[in-house]
Design a protein around this ligand. Structure first.
Ligand SMILES: Cc1cc2nc3c(=O)[nH]c(=O)nc-3n(C[C@H](O)[C@H](O)[C@H](O)COP(=O)(O)O)c2cc1C
Ligand code: SF4
Ligand code: SF4
Length: 277
């Protein structure tokens, strides 16, 4: 069968999961394509199954993923879809799956499978722990996540249907959970770009600007300047060679681990070097 896979990723976890799915589909003689979500080219629906994988941000999906799913034209046939979410804690995926399902159902999609896969946490600027793990700790979590992704793909190939069951995060009261979700979704995630700063260690190398997936970093006086399309994906923070990036309002990053999935190589857009705002 034909399978199309689409992902959004900041630090490589979600693409690692979907590449693992691709390997299993391919090994079982299915024709599989994989690419990043693209708002302008939601050319989907020529395959029996479409699979999505996104990270969870503050109990919901990233804004860009919500916008992308909403931009998919309604299918004129019943389209089989599966949804996988990568989370720093599998109990803290919140409404991420249900948000996707709600949008996709309106597009004439049949959700044949949904699941949450725990991968290392990448939110280095979070004001509260847990913070990103060390390399060794991360590799254990990644290996478990990859194994889980393989099992889920075999389920899908074998026609086994499973739906993720919503659960409240154990560490939060219901009040705190709903408040955090609402505040981040409606106020936080679109405004946090304002709080990015650099320590004196920034040498103006522009790497952060060249690898940002949403082209949200300009350069002014040789220093990065963040703009409102930022998704808080943490790629710039975790890849900065000098560990120079932090956020105000509790987002200090000195002494914290940096995390990205070790096989993930973000695309470097060299022509952004002179992008000045
Ligand atoms: C802004 C932000 C918010 C996050 N919120 C959550 C969360 O609510 N629950 C959770 O389990 N993980 C959370 N995480 C962790 C990521 O979902 C997790 O590390 C994910 O696998 C990252 O995927 P990626 O490498 O594909 O970007 C958050 C990460 C970021 C950057
Ligand atoms: S990658 Fe780091 S050192 Fe380079 S410009 Fe960006 S913040 Fe500065
Ligand atoms: S500016 Fe940094 S955190 Fe924001 S989208 Fe770009 S790489 Fe991600």
């Amino acid at each position: 069968m034909k399978v199309e896979l689409r992902y959004f990723t900041g630090t490589g976890n979600s693409v690692k999961v979907l590449n693992t799915c691709k390997e299993v589909f391919d090994r079982n003689n299915h024709e599989t394509t994989i690419s990043e979500i693209d708002i302008n080219h939601t050319n989907l629906g020529n395959s029996e199954i479409i699979g999505f994988c996104f990270p969870v941000y503050a109990f919901g999906i990233p804004r860009i993923c919500r916008k992308y799913l909403k931009s998919i034209p309604k299918f004129n046939h019943r389209q089989k879809v599966f949804v996988l979410i990568t989370a720093g804690d599998s109990n803290e995926a919140g409404f991420s799956i249900s948000e996707c399902e709600k949008i996709l159902k309106k597009k004439n999609c049949e959700i044949i499978y949904s699941g949450v896969i725990q991968m290392p946490i990448n939110w280095t600027t979070s004001s509260v722990p847990p913070f990103p793990p060390s390399r060794d700790e991360a590799s254990v979590v990644i290996n478990n996540g990859v194994e889980q992704a393989k099992l889920m793909t075999y389920d899908i190939i074998n026609g086994i249907r499973k739906q993720h069951i919503f659960n409240y995060p154990k560490r939060y009261s219901k009040f705190r959970f709903y408040t955090d979700y609402w505040l981040f979704k409606n106020m936080g995630l679109q405004n946090l770009w304002r709080t990015f700063r650099v320590y004196d260690t920034c040498n103006g190398c522009h790497l952060c600007s060249k690898i940002c997936p949403t082209n949200s970093i300009g350069i002014k006086n040789k220093r990065p300047v963040w703009t409102s399309s930022c998704e808080q994906c943490m790629r710039c923070v975790n890849f900065c060679p000098n560990e120079s990036i932090y956020q105000t309002m509790g987002g200090d990053t000195k002494g914290k681990n940096r995390y990205y999935e070790p096989t993930f190589k973000p695309k470097v857009n060299a022509n952004r070097a002179h992008h000045v705002v």
